[in-house]
Design a protein around this ligand. Structure first.
Ligand code: ADP
Length: 493
């Protein structure tokens, strides 16, 4: 607010309080006249308490004391005028009662002023906060609005007080509002992220903390909402998320490049079978007596193989797709088998034997099929490459999936454990802590992103991944990567 604006508000206040003062004086004069000149035998002077109470609402402490003194003075003056000649005990008592009433009212008003002043000071403290703080009653009507709220949202206190908070700020809740309110009523508090719309139409994301105020009988009366603006932090997080997603996409496409041989084989094989079966079918039909039964069988085989080829292509397209991850209920055993189909060629060209141990009772997990496939491919390719220097009979890759009893006991980490183990040279003990760091690579042309991306994917699934050196004792060989993924809740589909 400008300096001249503040000055004109103060001028207005001064004019108004002068007007009220004149009214109080008029009231006191009227009481004095009635008290002095009316024949009524009543404690009219008690009415001066009205003047005191009235004045208390617009004068300061000293002013109030002066007004109270003046009222007592008028009472005494009136008594002197009326009874200086003929003393009356009852009139004296009435005068004393009036003076006592004026004194007590003045003292109470002063105390009340002080208490209100303390409250006002405390409320002013909330204005010092950088957070937007407001209070709303049980009908969602705003009753208090601090300076931070005015700054963040753009409405002044006068404009906001009396409005419905949810309507004014067009609040977007992370869960149904009724559920949030039920939680506040149950626990007395709530915190979470909200999206509000400011006066000029901007969307702000806030970290919101709610506290419920109850009256002496425990009934809810108001909710204080403290909102810190986290819009910028949120935008930075989203940008980071996007950058990670892009990077994940790039590494996935790179991985696919590494798998070209497998992919070509996977597609080529059924296509060759389609051709062979097509030719055989033709031969059966071209015989002097066409054998329709055999021809039909050939066509059926052609269809089956063409389907296989198109499934492989669909699987690859999914792997190369760029898009938001979709979390669905997944059968991990199936995901692993599907993934292994993509690395079969890689296994045979590197002379690696694969042992699989997939527990048939694996519970489903919630996850993104493509992302999890990417993690397993990363781990498996690393393992295959790591064993290149080993004697052929030692090149063994083990992929297993089991409920995590041994790997992760207790309720803190309920989940499915997938392990990918190899018999390669492993990683030096001191390198283990940096293995998942971006750009850590010991390969000539390695990017060092596979494990770091795998870790972000697993963590985004609420799980964790860790690496240990395989086996026990001095003869220990190879590496073991374990990922733990949480179970899908029964209600989610
Ligand atoms: P990149 O494969 O591009 O190097 P990764 O993040 O996938 O990137 O792997 C980082 C490093 O971790 C590898 O360079 C390698 O030194 C090490 N590593 C990963 N898996 C294994 C493994 N199974 N055996 C030995 N070393 C491994």
């Amino acid at each position: 607010m400008s300096v001249s604006g503040t000055a004109s508000i103060q001028d207005g206040k001064a004019i108004r309080s002068r007007g009220w003062l004149a009214l109080a004086a008029l009231l006191a004069a009227t009481i004095f006249l009635i008290d002095t000149f009316s024949p009524l035998d009543m404690a009219i002077a008690v009415l001066y308490v009205v003047v005191v109470l009235f004045a208390a609402s617009f004068v300061e402490k000293a002013g109030l004391l002066v007004i109270a003194g003046a009222c007592i003075g008028l009472t005494v003056l009136s008594f002197a005028v009326m009874h200086s000649e003929n003393y009356s005990l009852s009139a004296t008592m009435r005068g004393l009662v009036s003076i006592a009433a004026i004194t007590v009212t003045t003292l109470l008003s002063l105390r009340n002023r002080e208490a209100t002043g303390v409250l006002r000071d405390q409320a002013a403290l909330l204005d010092l906060s950088h957070d937007a703080i407001f209070v709303r009653d049980t009908a969602d009507t705003i009753t208090y609005w601090n300076q931070g709220a005015a700054q963040l949202y753009g409405w002044s206190r006068n404009e906001a007080v009396g409005q419905s908070a949810t309507d004014l700020l067009r609040t977007r809740f992370p869960a149904p509002r009724a559920e949030i309110i039920a939680e506040v009523l149950r626990t007395g508090r709530w915190d979470g992220e909200l999206v509000h719309t400011t006066r000029d139409g901007r969307l702000v994301t806030t970290m919101s903390r709610w506290s419920l105020q109850r009256d002496a009988r425990g009934r809810p009366v108001a909710t204080m909402e403290t909102n810190s603006d986290i819009t910028e932090r949120k935008q930075a997080e989203n940008a980071l998320h996007q950058a990670q997603a892009d990077l994940a996409h790039v590494t996935r496409v790179t991985t696919m490049g590494e798998l070209t041989a497998s992919i070509a084989h996977e597609v080529n094989q059924p296509l060759a079978a389609v051709v062979t079966n097509g030719e055989a079918g033709l031969r059966w039909m071209r015989r002097p007596v066409p054998d329709m039964g055999e021809a039909e069988l050939s066509v059926e085989r052609m269809i089956a193989n063409a389907r296989r080829a198109s499934e492989v292509v669909a699987r690859l397209r999914a792997l190369a797709r760029r898009g938001e991850p979709v979390h669905v209920r997944l059968d991990l055993g199936e995901v692993i088998e599907d993934t292994v189909a993509l690395i079969e060629r890689e296994l045979s060209s590197h002379g690696v034997r694969l042992d699989m141990a997939l527990d048939p009772t694996l519970p489903p997990v919630l996850g993104d099929r493509v992302q999890l496939q990417q993690v397993i491919i990363n781990l498996a390719l690393n393992a295959i490459q790591a064993m290149d220097g080993e004697a052929r009979e030692h090149r063994r890759l083990r992929i297993s999936a089991a409920p995590p009893d041994e790997e992760c006991p207790g309720v803190e980490c309920p989940g499915v454990a997938i392990t990918v183990e190899d018999d390669g040279p492993g990683v030096d003990e001191e390198k283990l802590p940096v293995l998942f760091n971006p750009f850590f690579s010991t390969k000539k042309d390695g990017m060092g992103l596979g494990l770091s991306i795998s870790r972000s994917i697993v963590e985004a699934h609420g799980g964790r991944i860790f690496a240990t050196r395989g086996g026990d004792g001095p003869a220990a060989r190879g590496m073991r990567f374990t990922l733990i993924l949480p179970f899908a809740k029964e209600t989610v589909s």
